[in-house]
Design a protein around this ligand. Structure first.
Ligand code: 5GP
Ligand code: ZN
Length: 127
């Protein structure tokens, strides 16, 4: 399948998706970092002193849809998360990066995003 055909099957934007609308600037958010492919915003309902969502601009429903072709994207997301953790003063104490998948995973927004959480200790395993 050509890249063009694959692209036609997997739209880069879902007009019904909350995070696609945030990416497009249709819904306001507090930006922490961002570039051509990835944005980082403050979670609207923070569960930790620092709670940032790092996500691709393109619509990918969840980590379950990632493939080898997304290796650079995922590496870039983690590099951005680590840079934010340093700039937010989390690096020394440690922090958590998590992505939820599906109903039992606790996913409520079906646009791939990684929670970067820090500023307090977390228990393991998560509830
Ligand atoms: P999930 O439950 O899918 O793992 O994470 C979704 C996250 O998005 C939740 O932590 C929730 O607080 C956050 N969220 C939901 N709506 C909005 C919004 O309109 N703006 C921002 N910045 N975060 C949101
Ligand atoms: Zn989306």
């Amino acid at each position: 399948m050509s890249a063009e055909a694959a692209g036609a099957q997997t739209p880069r934007r879902d007009p019904t998706c909350l995070f696609c609308r945030i990416v497009a600037g249709e819904i306001p958010s507090t930006s922490v970092a961002g570039d051509d492919t990835v944005i980082a915003i403050r979670d609207i309902s923070p569960r930790a002193p620092t709670h940032v969502l790092v996500m691709p601009r393109d619509h990918i429903p969840s980590a379950a849809e990632l493939t080898d072709a997304d290796a650079d994207l995922v590496g870039h997301i983690f590099a951005m998360a680590a840079a934010i953790a340093r700039s937010e003063g989390l690096a020394d104490g440690g922090y958590r990066i998590v992505t939820n998948v599906g109903a039992w995973g606790g996913q409520t927004v079906d646009h791939l995003h990684f929670h970067l959480m820090g500023g307090r200790a977390f228990s393991w395993p998560p509830g």
